[in-house]
Design a protein around this ligand. Sequence first.
Ligand code: ATP
Ligand code: MG
Length: 268
Amino acid sequence: MPIQAANESAMPLIEIRNLTKIYDLGEVQVAALKGVSLDIDEGEFVALIGPSGSGKSTLMNTLGCLDRPTSGSYRLAGEEVAGLGPDALARLRNRRIGFVFQNFNLLSRTTALENVEAPLLYNADCPRRERHKRAAEMLRRVGLGDRLDHRPNQLSGGQQQRVAIARALINRPPILLCDEPTGNLDTRTSREIMAFFRQLNRDDRLTVILVTHDLEVARQADRALVLIDGEILVDTTDLELAARALQRRSIAEEPVESINSSQSAKSP
Ligand SMILES: Nc1ncnc2c1ncn2[C@@H]1O[C@H](COP(=O)(O)OP(=O)(O)OP(=O)(O)O)[C@@H](O)[C@H]1O
Ligand SMILES: [Mg+2]
């Protein structure tokens, strides 16, 4: 038994080798990921940064079993995922992954409580009363115990994102994937949400992987992956190094037209 436990803890939670993703649009093929390899251990807090179009969402969707890679290997908790069909992927996703998106993706005509309960509807072992109880408890954890019956349009942006986080965590997944989770929030709310992710990471050993273009947000992670043009250029625990690499790259890559147009937009 101890030997098995040691092996399990030595194995990375996420193990990716030479992952590629090519979107085939008939005439053109877009290589969104060009051979990405990386390991992420349980309990890590990782920021994924890179210019627009560099493949961040593609990588997140692959990690989250929403999309299948064109080639390469993806082992999630030791299980090879890359060749699985849609049903097997959906089961894995339900069990292991929570998602948080920039635009919250809540059901608009539905209360906070019902939104958070939704993933439990697929869980036959969870009767109605238990669903209510768990969803209400999760909403209390995100500080919305007094907003159970509010619909999304009756909540602030930060509150809506909290509902989305509660929904992402209701099945107790070990991994939380967030694609620009603070992109629609003001600075103060963004800090609150990041502090909450930090707390979940620390107290529950939740593995958090988040895409952001905001370097202040990225700096709160323990490790940064800098993705440029479908490849990981930098993988570091030195967040300042990652920020500098991205800034240098962004300045070098900014097309002359866009610099000109932003200047002309400001001129009278
Ligand atoms: N469904 C798709 N079909 C075809 N091409 C796609 C598709 N999704 C993404 N791409 C292309 O793949 C590349 C990577 O896109 P992706 O959305 O992963 O970038 P991103 O880093 O998330 O960008 P952003 O910061 O703007 O969200 C881009 O060139 C994009 O045009
Ligand atoms: Mg994206």
